[in-house]
Write a protein that binds this ligand. Sequence first.
Ligand code: BG6
Length: 484
Amino acid sequence: MVSRVIPVDPFDLVIFGGTGDLARRKILPGLYRRFLAGQMPEEARVIGAARSEMSDDDYRAMIGQSIREFVARGKQDEEAIGKFLARVHYVAIDATGEAGWKALKAATRKDVIQVVYFSVAPSLFGPLAERLHQKGIACATCRIVVEKPFGRDLATARALNGTLAEHFHENQIYRIDHYLGKETVQNLMAVRFGNMLFEPLWNAQYVDHIQITAAETVGVGGRGSYYDKSGAMRDMVQNHLMQLLCLIAMEPPSQFEPDAVRDEKLKVIRALDPVAPEEIVRGQYQPNGAAPGYRQDVQNAESLTESFIAMRLHVSNWRWKGTPFYLRTGKKLKARASEIAVVFKDPPHSIFGQQEGRRGNVLAIKLQPNEGMTLRVTIKEPGPGGMRLVEVPLDMSFAEALGPNGTDIPDAYERLVMDVVRGNQTLFMRDDEVEAAWAWADPVIAGWEERGDRPCAYEPGSAGPEEAQILMHRDGRRWREIRE
Ligand code: BG6
C-alpha cells in the first residue's frame, strides 16, 4: 500500500510559545516529520516567537535537539534535519509589550498562507489577537490556532470566543483538540460511515451500552498548579472525551465537510442530560510508599480536585434513548490505554440454551497504544461433544493490516497543523461546540462544589476507586479491563 502525500502550498507558520514544551515536543518534531515525508514545500517557513533573546542559530540548535529527542531514531537523518532547520527562524517578542513586533512583521510574508499558533497561556490569546492586527501582521486570510484550555467554564469560553471574534472570522480560528487528530479517532468515522455493517445496529435497539476510557499511567507531573484548578473533568472530559462521545453518537453528516460534521456533533452535546450526583465517581490517587500522592504532587494538602472521574451519561434523542454512555479517565492508573467499546445486546433468544459466560458482541476501538479494532464474536468451540460456544476476538491491528503505513501513523499534532495549512476545519472545534460542552459541564462541576463532595481514594496502578466499579455493577455491567 503506498501512502499518498499531498503537498501543501507555501506557508509561514508563526509559533508563539516557540520555546515552550508543546512546540519542542510536538509541533516542531511533527513538522520535521512532514518535511521528511515531502509535504512541506521549499518555500515554507517556521518562525518561533518567544520572550527570550536568541539568534536563529540558537533556536535551530534547540529545535535540532528536540528532533533528536522526540522523533523516532529511524527518522533521524542529519542531512534532512539540517535542511529542515534552514527553514526555521526565531523572533524574540514581548506578547504584551512593544519589543519584537517590527521584526516579526519583517519576517512574515503576505503572499503565502499565514498561520499563527497560540501555544501560550490563555490569558495571552486576546492580547495576541489584538496585536497581530494592530501591528499590521495578520493578513485577511491569516489562520490562528488556539490551544486548550479554551476557557474554564461557559462564561470564560464565551468571553474568549468574543475576543477572538473581534479580530478573526470563525473560519480563521482553529481550536485544537488533539484527540481529533488521532488516527483511530478518524477511523471511527470511516468505520461508521464507510461500511454498511455497523450503522444499522448503531442505536439503542441493538447497543446495550458504550464505554469510553482514557487511562494514563503518569501523574500530574510538573503541571500541578494548572491541573489542581482543572481536574479530570475540565482537563479531559469536557474536551477530549466529549469529542469521542460526539463521534460515536452523532448522526451521519451529509458530507465529510467541516460544518456538516460539527453541526452533528453539536446536536449530540445539546442532547446530553444533566448528570445526577449518583452517576459520578471522582477519585484522587494516593501516595505509594515514597511516591507522592495527588495532593503532594499539586502541593495542596486540602485539594478536592479529581485526578480520576467516571460517569454515566445519557443522550436524549431517538437513536440513543435508553443506552448509557460510561466515561472514565484518570492519572496513575494501571496502564496507558484509551479505547471506545460498543457493547451490543445479547441475541433476543438463545437457541443453544443457557450457557455459562456468554456475553454480547463488543466492538472495541483502540485509540492508543497499538491502534486497532477488535470485534468479539461468539463461535462454536471446536471438537465433538455438542454445541459449546466460545467468544473469540476478530482482531485487527492497523500495524498488521496496513503494513508500514499502519505503523508509521502521524502524530495528532502533525496532522492537525497540516490541516490548518490546508484550511480544513473538520477536526477543529467550532465556537458553539465549545460553549455547548461547557454549558453541559458547568452545572455538573457546580453540583459537586456546592455539595462539597470529596473525591474517593484510589491506589496508583489500579483501575481507579472501587466506587467506579460499583457504578457499573449497580447497572449489572462491568468495565472492560484497562490494559495496553
Ligand atoms: C492533555 C491533558 O490535553 O491530554 C493531559 O491536558 C493529558 O493532562 C493529555 O495527559 C493526554 O493526551 P494523550 O494524547 O497522551 O492521550
